[in-house]
Structure formats: C-alpha cells, structure tokens
Design a protein around this ligand. Structure first.
Ligand code: SER
Length: 318
C-alpha cells in the first residue's frame, strides 16, 4: 500500500484548507482527513475520513497503521482565547496530542511530522518590533506556554531520537472557508462577516493593537514548502518565525471601508486585549526565507479583496 498523509484536526480552520490543498497535489485517496468529530463539510467527507482523538495514543496508532501513514500534520489545538477559559484542558489537549505524534515518530511508525507553533510563544518581555527568531520568550497565556514548551519538545525529539518534525510560528490567520475557533486574532475574520451582514462591527481589540497576520493561502504555502524542503535545509527544529502583514484594527477598518463606504467600526476590548498586548507587532522571518525559501504573496489590500469576495460567495451558496 502506498504511504499516505494524515491531517489531524481536519475540520479546523487550518486543517480543512490543508486537506484541500494536499488532496489537490497528491490526490484524494492519499490524504486521510481526521478529527474528533465527524465532518459537516461535504468537500472534506468526499475523501477518506477518520474519527480520531489525538489525545488517545492507541486510537492514533490504529489510524496510522490502517492507512500506512508516512506524514502527519498535527493541527488539533485549543487556541489562545479558549485556553484561557479552560487552562488545564488547553494544556492537556495541546501537549498530549503533541507527545502522541512525537512518540509515533520515535517508534518509527511515521517518518515526517508537522506541528504548528504560534506568535503566542512570545510574551511581554519579547522585543515587539522585528521580533528575532531567537529572543526572550516569556509567554503569559496557557496557549503560549503550551506552544513554547512544545517547541522545546520538538527540538528535543529531533536531537535525541532523530524525529523529523518541522514547525512554523503562525501569525493570526485570516480565512473564510472554515471559521476559526477561539483565537485572539479572530476579530480580523469576524469583521468581514459583519461588514457584509450588518455594516457595523465591534472589535474586541482596541484600534491601535498591531498584530502579525497572514492570509490562509500564504500559511498553507508555507506549511507545504517547509514539509517539502530537503531535511538538511531545516536548520531550526523548534519552530520558524513567519511574517505576513502587520496591521491594527483601525487600518483593517480603513481598508474594508474602501469597499463598503458606510461600514462602521466600534471598539470594546475584552479579555483578549491583554493577550494581544503581550504579543509582538511584527516578526523577523529572515531564517525561514533563507533556509527553505519562504516568501509571502498577500498584502493587506489583497487580503481584504479576497476576504470580501470569499465571504460573499459563502452567503450566495447558503
Ligand atoms: N491565531 C492564534 C490565536 O489567536 C494565534 O496563534 O490564538
């Protein structure tokens, strides 16, 4: 049986689009989508799909053997906002799922692993502008602590057991096909839905909060590129900084307003403001560029155009 790819968390914001992209490249049957719940998307369910609890090692192992899995994209996680509400659950899900996939690598049951990290690994003591690859990291959120610890475990499993694990520190990801789940950067998605629905939106981050963001297509490209790169070019085995475009809610509002002139934005910060304030404004990603050729395609203007068209198309279908 030819070796296959497994996406864990395939119903999620990144997992779903990664599944579509990898099925386009390798064919539907070569990519097994999996999630803890069954998929409501006919597009996802049209190819092979497994119910998989990533915190259950035996369940994971069974799916991996059944499909002769070579490569795993371990995308299941609890994001920053939700993990602050359920700290122990967030830690448990994020760490146990990572250990399970790393141990599959250690036991040579899989050959290559992708695991996402985040800008949340940084904290209030990190330099905020042009944040270097190696710098002070004192995360203050459960999500950030789990991602930073996870990065160290990835580097450890690579060094000690030769596990080929690769990782990216994703910025806030903007997409329309699948809704995000409980992130601090989600305002930059909600704004498009509300702009088209009610012509007004109240942002839960203040107008001057600058955060690193990226369009989903760029994130998917980066993910597939780092996984396709030759082993020797992946010099960082914790996780690579990755930059897209940095902006504030006010700058995003101004760009959306160019398309919807009567759109109104209000601001009312909630608990996520503190999380956002602890993260960098913009990231230095020169190592991803030089080691495996990373380059972004989407600037703010393009993101806004694509998002408005994409969200509109969803409304037409539904
Ligand atoms: N978008 C994520 C979050 O806000 C950051 O990794 O939690």
């Amino acid at each position: 049986m030819p070796s296959k790819i497994l996406i864990v968390g395939a119903c999620g914001q990144i997992g779903s689009e990664l599944t579509f992209a990898l099925r386009d490249i390798h064919g539907e049957d070569a990519v097994i989508a999996s999630d803890i719940k069954s998929s409501t998307s006919p597009e996802l369910a049209s190819g092979p799909f497994e119910i998989l609890d990533a915190t259950d090692y035996d369940n994971f192992k069974t799916v991996v053997s059944k499909h002769n899995i070579d490569t795993v994209y371990m995308m299941a996680a609890m994001l920053s906002g939700t993990a602050e509400k359920f700290p122990e659950k967030g830690w448990d899900l994020n760490m146990t799922s990572l250990f399970n996939v790393l141990n599959l690598g250690k036991e040579k049951l899989v050959n290559k692993i992708f695991w996402p990290s985040s800008i949340a690994v940084f904290g209030p003591t990190t330099p905020k502008v042009d944040t270097p690859q190696q710098t002070i990291m004192e995360p203050t959120t459960v999500y950030g602590i789990s991602k930073q610890a996870g990065e160290r475990w990835c580097a450890y499993y690579y060094k000690r057991y030769g596990v080929d694990v690769r990782s990216i520190r994703y910025p806030g990801l903007i997409s329309y096909k699948t809704p995000p789940g409980g992130g601090t950067t989600d305002y930059a998605i909600e704004i498009f839905h509300e702009a088209l629905k009610s012509s007004s939106y109240t942002s839960f981050l203040s107008q001057e909060t600058t955060l690193p963001m990226m369009y989903m297509d760029d994130a998917i490209n980066a993910t597939i590129s780092i996984m396709d790169a030759p082993t020797e070019s992946i010099k960082i085995r914790s996780s690579y900084n990755l930059a897209g475009v940095s902006f504030t809610p006010e700058e995003l509002y101004a760009e959306v307003k160019k398309h919807i002139p009567d759109f109104e934005m209000n601001y009312k910060s909630d608990f996520r403001q503190d999380i956002a304030d602890s993260w960098p404004n913009c990231i230095n990603d020169s190592e991803a560029a030089s080691d495996w050729g990373w380059k972004k395609d989407f600037d703010l203007e393009m993101i806004v155009k694509e998002m408005l068209a994409g969200v509109k198309s969803l409304k037409e279908v539904n």
